[in-house]
Design a protein around this ligand. Sequence first.
Ligand code: SF4
Ligand code: F3S
Ligand code: FES
Length: 221
Amino acid sequence: MVVLDAVHQIQAEQAGDLAVRWNCKAGKCGSCSAEINGMPKLMCMTRLNALPLDRPLTVEPMKAFPHMKDLVTDVSWNYEVKKRIPKFQPRQPDAPDGTWRIAQEDVERVQEFRKCIECYLCQDVCHVLRDHHMHEQFIGPRFLVYAAALEMHPLDVGDRVADLRKQFGIGLCNITKCCTKVCPESITITDNAIIPLKERVVDRFFDPLSKLFRVFSNSKR
Ligand code: SF4
Ligand code: F3S
Ligand code: FES
């Protein structure tokens, strides 16, 4: 039995109006995020027998977003953030038939970022959003992963580096790695997405040599 089953049992037997969001029951839709004994987790993937049952179990809504009812929070802020990130912009095709040529290792580099199920558990645990409520200044780890998937995409020629620094607040991340620890898809959020993006920002704005290189090479980095 998983925590979501227990919540459904309570809903069926004791509290018919208990509000809970879920969909796939398979860890893939990202709907059933909650805080179980204070830890951000998917309710459908957390087995009761893996938890200490000799004391009461707590299941609470995510704290980084406005509370709606019972276990449901309003995560719509995330959808608005996503709209602000410049979209995929492919370079010109490599062949006359309109196709591209990409090295397999370049494909693999961004593959892990695409596993994200948008559960927002990483957003929930990040202190910049959870404790400091800097939703206006910081897009959070989920959207740094999204920006990394675009920035590191072998075909993309879009440029999000200035936005990452100014509008998206990447400097507010102080690499606590709490986001990486809670990701149910085991995405290496901090090391593989955030740190490389921070390096791009540093190269662009604080390294005069790379600045010069960019001017002459016309590179987006
Ligand atoms: Fe959830 Fe991981 Fe995606 Fe964050 S990066 S929203 S924790 S799947
Ligand atoms: Fe937050 Fe993750 Fe950085 S938890 S501070 S985005 S490493
Ligand atoms: Fe879909 Fe839990 S119900 S991830």
